[in-house]
Design a protein around this ligand. Structure first.
Ligand code: MIC
Ligand code: SF4
Length: 658
């Protein structure tokens, strides 16, 4: 039987297990990336494991999320990260050089390689045929130390593209269409592999908009085959020699197939406040727009900003609307500046931001109260923009620019009819990506060789071995699709404590219930209860670390998002799955007890657990976990487990810290 492209790359990197859906596999990781808000813990854990040198072909530390450095704590984090990159042998991308996914795709992403990153949008270079996966920080730490990365072999879904995009429809509309059809949990446990005749019409950057936002489907990764488009893009980056042809076999078998006819697509928009709340732009046309932002790791490339710039050429941003361009990388800004486009946009009324995540997580450009913001980003979870009752829509740069011109949501096709001289800008790649590399410091040029820890850099929290008795209050009951932005928000006031878990944990779940952290600390143990897809969104392991720090021992949910589920194991919190009926029966404040001896049950492979509520009714909860995950849980988390492993084997991969 032939192989899918995903299977080929996995096969090439397989060090443990077999490529059978649902089986645990271990794969070798070629490249890792980490960023400023997850990276501090990555390196603190690297240090705590006693590792002394990066083992992967490439490790890159980016400073991208909080580059405005509003507080010395952010700057301390960046200084620590530079020192860690220098000491352990990683590339260091200075604050302002750009968003990790953009800078990585420009410099390192390569077909056929594996990439693990402590950011959920790590799958972006899947558009170049790289198998890239987002993970919690400690998983990245361990991979950087040279150990394999373990995942459950996902289902592989064939997304067959047919036809070609019509004018004004874009790559963003392809992924919005998939979100409309599949929802934010439609990709959980799956890798989306794009095939079909429609693929060749999409340039590599367009493909990367699609693979970037595959994360919003909950997918483990997304990948395109490689072809002339891939080669062409790599050549323009002056990395043509890294091209390899990668295609699935003709008789490859997939677990499922979805067909998207590109020629049927039209401009789409995700309404507040979920990326899958998608409708045609025409359905919401006419709403006043207060703010427009073009940028982010989804649509912040040179190729994304240029269409908006062309649409604005000789025009003006509507007086009632503010427009900001937030480029994905400094290279994109530099090139657009040299070509005169930055000046053109400024003259049209655009504010040009530094290359940062910024507004995507509520750092800067927070919308006004009761206002509408149109963004080319990938997430519009409620409150993420920095204000609780936000109205954030997600769309393509073309739809965003059209709204900026008109001052209201408008289908760009209608705006073109109205204006008479507005042409569809289409997609255009530069002849060469020739931005400077000054802000990317190679391991050889590193100015530091010792860690520099300011007062904001705390310790890595640890939990003891798993308890046998777990009982306590259902401290919080939550609905479906709770995001990691609910669990640990990423706004400025909170983000600066990512290296200080004691302080950060005070904000745990504050967006759901601001009394939670205090109640949890007082209760000294207890449960979280949630509906479907608990922990969707970010890879931030802090969303497990902080509940652990507050004493949470188990989460009972109808289902879990992939990365967050792994993070719960990594921090010794027992993730138990319950059915809808059990979910309905448990109320916040109920006393819950796991009747089984939890330590014995976890280590002996038991799957069904009995949960007693208020000393009376009993329900079944399931622990669906591999032997490795059970061992990690029993040890009290991955750091403790990795040290145990190293002690037992006497291996240098992760020696004990004494
Ligand atoms: C996000 O888009 O939510 C983030 C902020 O990039 C996170 C990482 C983080 O929380 O630091 C992600 O996607 O993993
Ligand atoms: Fe940054 Fe937003 Fe992309 Fe996350 S989704 S990496 S915050 S730009």
């Amino acid at each position: 039987m032939g192989q899918t492209l995903t299977e080929k790359v996995l096969d090439d990197h397989l060090v443990d297990g077999e490529l059978e859906t649902g089986e645990e596999i271990g794969i070798e990781i070629d490249q890792v990336l980490t960023q400023d808000t997850t990276g501090t813990m990555v390196w603190l854990q690297f240090e705590a494991m006693g590792l002394d040198e990066v083992q992967t072909e490439i490790a890159a530390q980016y400073c991208d999320h909080q580059t405005y450095q509003f507080d010395f704590k952010n700057t301390d984090d960046h200084r620590f990260l530079r020192s860690a990159a220098g000491k352990y042998g990683a590339y260091f991308s200075r604050p302002g050089n750009g968003i990790c996914h953009n800078v990585h795709r420009e410099n390192f992403a390569a077909p056929g390689k594996t990439l693990l990153g402590s950011d959920s949008h790590t799958p972006t270079p899947g558009g170049l045929g790289q198998l890239a996966i987002g993970a919690g920080g400690i998983d990245v730490t361990v991979a950087m130390g040279g150990a394999p990365y373990y995942i459950e072999m996902p289902e592989i879904v064939n997304v067959r593209l047919e036809g070609e995009l019509p004018e004004w429809a874009t790559a963003k509309d392809v992924i919005l269409e998939l979100l409309r059809r599949l929802s934010v949990k439609g990709g959980v446990g799956k890798i989306l592999e794009y095939t079909g005749p429609g693929v060749e019409s999409l340039t590599a950057p367009e493909r990367m908009t699609i693979t970037n936002m595959g994360t919003e489907l909950g997918a483990t990764s997304s990948i395109f085959p490689t072809d002339e488009q891939t080669k062409d893009y790599l050549e323009r980056l002056d990395r043509g020699d890294e091209y390899t042809e990668l295609q699935p076999d003709e008789d490859a078998e997939y677990d499922d197939e979805i067909v998207v006819d590109l020629s049927d697509l039209e401009p789409l928009i995700a309404q507040p406040s979920m990326p899958d709340n998608v409708v045609p732009v025409s359905e919401v046309a006419g709403q006043d727009v207060d703010q427009v932002i073009v940028g982010s790791c989804t649509n912040g490339g040179y190729e994304d900003i240029l269409p908006a710039a062309k649409m604005l050429e000789g025009r003006e941003v509507n007086p009632t609307t503010e427009m900001i361009v937030a480029p994905g990388s400094k290279q994109a800004s530099e090139m657009l500046a040299r070509e005169g486009w930055v000046a053109e946009m400024m003259a049209a009324g655009v504010n040009f931001s530094e290359a940062t995540c910024g507004a995507c997580i509520g750092i800067g450009h927070v919308p006004a109260s009761d206002s509408v913001s149109l963004r080319t980003f990938n997430r519009n979870f409620e409150g993420r923009s920095g204000i609780e009752d936000d109205n954030v829509f997600l769309c393509s740069p073309e739809v965003a620019a059209a709204a900026a011109i008109k001052g209201e949501i408008v289908d760009p096709r209608d705006l073109a009819d109205e204006l008479g001289d507005l042409e569809a800008p289409g997609i255009e790649l530069p002849d060469e990506y020739d931005g400077s590399k000054t802000d990317l410091i190679t391991p050889d040029e590193a100015p530091d060789d010792e860690l520099v820890k300011g007062p904001n850099i705390g310790d890595v929290p640890l939990r003891d071995e798993l308890d046998s008795d777990i009982e306590g209050e259902a401290l919080l009951k939550m609905e479906d699709n709770i995001t990691t932005d609910h669990i640990i928000p990423a706004t400025q006031d909170i983000l600066m404590y990512r290296s200080n878990i004691e302080k950060l944990s005070e904000f745990t779940l504050s967006r759901v219930d601001d009394t939670f952290a205090e109640r949890a600390q007082e209760a000294d143990g207890g449960f979280l209860v949630a509906g479907e897809n608990y922990g969707q969104g970010s890879s931030r392991e802090h969303a497990a670390m902080c509940p652990m720090y507050l004493g949470i021992e188990s989460v009972l949910a109808q289902s879990f998002a992939r990365i967050h589920r792994a993070n719960l194991f990594n921090f010794g919190i027992v993730p138990l799955t319950i059915d809808e009926e059990t979910y309905e029966e448990i109320d916040q404040g109920d006393e819950i007890e796991i009747v089984d001896d939890v330590y014995d049950a976890v280590t002996s492979g038991q799957e069904e657990f009995t949960v007693r509520v208020n000393g009376e009714d009993e329900y079944t909860a399931t622990l669906d976990a591999s032997e490795r995950e059970r061992d990690i849980l029993a040890a009290g988390g991955k750091l403790a487990w990795t040290k145990e492993q190293a002690e037992e084997s006497g291996s240098g991969a992760a020696p004990a810290d004494d």
